[in-house]
Ligand binder design. Structure first.
Ligand code: ADP
Ligand code: 5GP
Length: 188
């Protein structure tokens, strides 16, 4: 059975958005998958665009949406709120596409509970080491709360066995090839 959602999860800074950006350049994958733009209350980073990377909303707006039950899943991640709007999945289904998500471990688990195992493909992206993860977070200089992100990373890595696949993002080309192989065999 083809999944309705493909989830990339794992610690912040491990390279999920970089990998997603690159896998969507693959014609076969781009034809069948649609990226899920989340809502968030965090500050917009330099280079990020509203509606492309995230929908940036206030905490009040976000909580209104929670109250109205508009999220498929939502979570507090490193002191900010992030959520997947139900519309993202209905839009994807309407277009006969599979939704591709970049969400945290809590969100990934919630989604699996909500949609069921057969409708979700959950891929955990793992850093080669904590030292390398720290380096990547520092390189992405606009990330202020590095200490919180590293603490959460340790907790998330402990849960990696709960996911369908684990891909180590050491050399990007190798991780990319592994990911494409996993996704392509699931969407055929
Ligand atoms: P995430 O979306 O998981 O938070 P990003 O995709 O923003 O992570 O990546 C964090 C930083 O690490 C970026 O500066 C990115 O260029 C870099 N990066 C991603 N993958 C690799 C890799 N395989 N080797 C070295 N640096 C990487
Ligand atoms: P960042 O602030 O670095 O963009 O993202 C921080 C974390 O929030 C990442 O691990 C990312 O996967 C996660 N995230 C982004 N959107 C969502 C979402 O809609 N739901 C959940 N649960 N996590 C999200």
């Amino acid at each position: 059975m083809r999944p309705e959602v493909v989830v990339l999860t794992g610690p912040s800074g491990v390279g999920k958005s970089t990998l997603i950006h690159k896998i969507l350049k693959d014609e076969e994958i781009a034809k069948k998958l649609m990226f899920s733009v989340s809502h968030t209350t965090r500050e917009r980073r330099k280079g990020e665009r509203n509606g492309r990377d995230y929908y940036f909303v206030s905490k009040q707006e976000f909580m209104e949406m929670v109250k109205k039950g508009e999220f498929l899943e939502w979570a507090k991640v490193h002191n900010n709120l992030y959520g997947t709007h139900i519309k993202n999945l209905t839009e994807a289904k309407k277009k006969n596409k599979i939704l591709l998500l970049d969400i945290d471990v809590q969100g990934a688990k919630k989604l699996k509970r909500k949609l069921g195992k057969s409708k979700t493909l959950l891929i955990f992206i793992r850093p080669p080491s904590m030292k390398e993860l720290r380096k990547r977070l520092i390189k992405r200089a606009d990330t202020t709360d590095i200490v919180i992100r590293l603490k959460n990373a340790k907790r998330e890595i402990k849960e990696m066995k709960k996911f369908d696949f684990v891909v180590t993002n050491d050399k990007i080309t190798k991780a990319l090839a592994e990911l494409k192989k996993i996704i392509k065999s699931a969407i055929r």
